[in-house]
Design a binder for this molecule. Sequence first.
Ligand code: HAX
Length: 429
Amino acid sequence: MGKLKDKLAGQIPGLRQDARALVKEHGAKVISEVTVAQAFGGMRGVKAMICDTSLVEPDKGLIIRGRPIGDLTDKLPEEIFWLLLTGDLPSGDELKDLQGEFRAQQEVPEYVFNVLEAMAEDSHPMAMFDTAILAMERESIFRKRYTEGMKREDYWEAALDDSIGLLAKLPGVAAAVYRLRFKKGDRIAPDANLDWGANFAVMLGIDDPTGEFKNLMRLYLTLHSDHEGGNVSANTCHTVGSALSDPYYAVSAGLNGLAGPLHGLANQECLRFVLALKDKYQGAPTEEQLRDFAWETLNSGQVIPGYGHAVLRVTDPRFTAFHAFGKRVCPDDEVYQIVDRLFTVIPDVLKEHGKAKNPYPNVDAGSGALLYHFGMREFDYYTVLFGVSRALGMLSQLIVNRAMGAAITRPKSVQTSWVKEQVGAKVSA
Ligand code: HAX
């Protein structure tokens, strides 16, 4: 048994007891209510699900198990996975053990490549990535053990086994999508001496003489790993997993949600905006020019991509981390300079405009510029990088949910006519 499974096996009985006692003693108490606007508005702010892996605080941003993401930027994604699951960072030995588990299972089965090669040449990289994960469902230990009559208290163990098997292979699968879809040549074998994020960088095949692209991938995979439980991908994975569909089904479903333009695709829109500026002004515009362009954008009814957030009310600390990376690695890059200058100009413009509740940059404002700097210019692919990272969070949440015996998701839907009656609204013919 790996050290991660050992540690969880020690923690889970206490957590179960604690949750059971909470529900038994306080189960009837109210923690949230739902307004008509919320029922029609994506359930924003309704507190009706549990997620202990991470929290997004309006004035602080992402907090993973009590630690602000800004304090975790030097950690490897494998360390974040351990933290998400256990609440602690791994010791040196524990990290090595987990990395050994990933390495032992990193080989992607040949049939996955066959599936990818059979897809239409212009398939979206996210459709390819998600299909590859679904194709690997036959590897599921969870499904096999469930069919054999696995006990309910063992679900989390099988979910963890599947999660490690899947995470181990995701960089290889995602890199294969990149190289096949964008005709980059043969697949590149992983390097047995490298960590998970660096190996992903190697398999993508981006030229990296300084090693900074490896650092960017480690940072990228750490920063995007989790964002509490209610966002579209996490919530979808949670719901599908709650039916005891195995982790392959659940993660593939969650990633299908990440592929939406209002969710994971936003990062490519931000880079498009920055490149449009570069084209229009033949390089990095002055602050004055940026201000004019921003007002033109707003006056034509469009949003400034990369700014604003549904929950955050400060600069996203994940943006701060990317911004600092760019300042260190490519301060003279024109695309980075535009991102940097927008950060000086846009918050004041949005404040003056007076609509956005949060005039500050979100995570998507800076990441694309850095990928572009290193020569990864296939925008459609960016969400796959996000997906590899977010699988860490989705799977952590899923394992915890199976450990805690989370029930099948089944909120009550109501009809519009019922709402009208409930609030005394006029019922139209
Ligand atoms: N530029 C211009 N107007 C903006 C704005 C921006 N960047 N952000 C918000 N607003 C406007 C809204 O459109 C809304 O206008 P209306 O009242 O006319 O509808 C008003 O300000 C209030 O919106 P809000 O409450 O501040 O923001 P929402 O919670 O409704 O939306 C969004 C949050 C992130 C979708 C929004 O800020 C936006 O569209 N930003 C630009 C796109 C973007 O950066 N998306 C990436 C999000 C990061 C993420 O979560 N990735 O997964």
